[in-house]
Write a protein that binds this ligand. Structure first.
Ligand code: ZN
Length: 349
């Protein structure tokens, strides 16, 4: 992921030393495979890296990494020349990107791509095709792509990105060089969030952990004020109660589920957030360094003392059951009412 101040080459992409090391070696040896598959969770820099790769293949003002000696081609694009900037902005005609429409990569998108590949490149020495979320290729589209993956036109390099190899046709995987990307370390994401969003360190770290190693997700959480919603969720569900006489009454539990049911689109995320809070409550006494909600340590410490592992398991199961039932199209309000009452009964007992 790229912070605002751009330096040259791959340097601003954080936390991907291993895959970038492999790609730079390809560049220095002028032996870039014609089909590559970048795998890893969403939001860790796969597409950005593919674009920088396209710059590196075409930029004429690049440099070599320090310590690489006189031999070999350069492996660091300048990122300042008009060509690099055009690619960075996604506006170079020879760097073609396709992405799923409504969650599917369709045959007509692949046909359109094949038609443009049949023509000569506009200006680039290396044409680069980036196929995002290739695990969303439907079988027909995937099959249509096989021939060009096997034998792309001269000077054309294809980069497929996907969450994991297993979601792809085996015939696609076998034609690509596999480059695995890592989830980002929470510290790296927290640093980027603090730099680009001006958030304090503990909140940045909490958002980074809640995002599970994806910078894009962490950024969404930060801009969507995830922590405020989280604070409301744990308060309204009674899971932040530190008063032993104040467990949730049935009335309050039903008020909570009624409010929760108002935001149907958000319900899965809300339940995930509550589950991560319950997980923190159970982890706290044993491994306090492994928690997500580092910005609410005091509450975690106090509440975890009042709830047994058995009670936490029941709460967890109530949340998970609701999540599954809702995914299976059960009545939303009824499901949430049952869930909230189950959690309240347990606390009152
Ligand atoms: Zn350049």
């Amino acid at each position: 992921m790229l912070p605002k101040t751009v330096v040259s080459g791959f340097e601003p992409i954080v936390g991907q030393t291993f895959p970038i090391g492999i790609l730079k070696r390809f560049l220095r040896r002028a032996a870039v495979p014609h089909a590559m598959l970048f795998t890893g969770i969403e939001g860790i820099g796969k597409r950005t890296t593919a674009r920088v790769m396209a710059m590196a293949l075409n930029c004429r003002e690049g440099t070599k990494s320090v310590g690489e000696g006189p031999s070999g081609a350069f492996d660091q694009p300048c990122r300042r020349c008009p060509l690099c900037r055009q690619i960075e902005a996604g506006k170079h005609p020879d760097v073609i990107e396709i992405a799923p429409r409504k969650g599917i990569l369709r045959i007509d998108q692949v046909r359109e791509l094949l038609a443009s590949l049949a023509m000569k490149p506009f200006s680039a020495t290396h044409r680069v095709v980036i196929i995002d979320d290739a695990h969303q290729l439907n079988p027909e589209a995937g099959n249509a792509l096989l021939k060009v993956l096997e034998e792309p036109p001269q000077g054309t390099i294809l980069v497929l990105t996907a969450s994991q190899r297993s979601g792809l046709l085996a015939t696609i995987v076998s034609r690509c060089r596999h480059i695995p990307f890592n989830p980002l370390a929470a510290e790296d994401i927290a640093g980027l969030l603090a730099d680009t969003q001006g958030l304090d360190h503990i909140l940045s770290k909490t958002l980074a952990k809640a995002a599970g190693g994806s910078y894009t997700k962490a950024l969404q959480l930060a801009t969507g004020k995830w922590h405020q919603r989280r604070n409301w969720l744990i308060r309204a569900s009674g899971l932040d109660r530190i008063d032993p006489h104040g467990p949730l009454t049935s009335t309050l539990a039903l008020a909570f589920s009624a409010e929760l049911a108002q935001s149907k689109a958000q319900i899965d995320d809300d339940l995930e957030t509550l589950k991560s809070w319950v997980r923190d409550l159970s982890v706290w006494p044993y491994k306090a360094t492994h928690i997500v909600h580092a910005d609410r340590k005091e509450t975690l410490a106090q509440v975890s003392e009042q709830l047994s592992d058995g009670q936490l398991t029941v709460i967890w199961e109530a949340l998970e059951k609701a999540q599954k039932d809702i995914a299976g199209n059960a009545n939303l309000r009824l499901t949430l009412d049952n869930m909230a009452l189950r959690m309240a009964c347990l606390r009152a007992a």
